[in-house]
Write a protein of this length. Structure first.
Length: 128
């Protein structure tokens, strides 16, 4: 199974589409076997689900993602897990052990504009 995590400086990014990079991990039998990071090639509706599907992604983990994006991931058969916060290592470990659950999206629609790959700020308190 291939898991993608929206990543920003080793942390799960609050904005999946504008995160600077994705951590891709191959997980089998509760273990992370291989891991790599891939730069986010850009934010455009519908592009990232296809991009990650081409990398054989089965699951996307993010802090936040809007309902339209979740629908686009569903259409390419990639499961979404949102509401995840903290460091990528812990998220991967918890996912591999079956302990990671989906929560409420940490992202308010359009609050990520100017954040991440655009490297400015976002509307979430304390985040720059």
């Amino acid at each position: 199974m291939i898991v993608a995590i929206s990543t920003d400086n080793g942390m799960v990014s609050a904005h999946f589409g504008r995160c600077p990079e994705f951590t891709l991990a191959h997980i089998e039998n509760g273990k992370v076997l291989k891991r790599e990071t891939v730069a986010n090639p850009g934010h455009e509706p519908g592009f990232l689900p296809r991009f990650l599907k081409e990398k054989n992604t089965d699951v996307i983990i993010a802090g936040g993602m809007g309902p339209r994006a979740q629908t686009l991931f569903d259409e390419v058969k990639i499961k979404t897990i949102v509401g995840v916060e903290g460091d990528v290592d812990t998220a991967l470990k918890n996912f591999a052990e079956g302990k990671l659950t989906s929560g409420e999206s940490t992202c308010v629609p359009h609050s990520g504009i100017g954040y991440g790959i655009e490297k400015n700020t976002c509307d979430h308190g304390g985040e720059e």
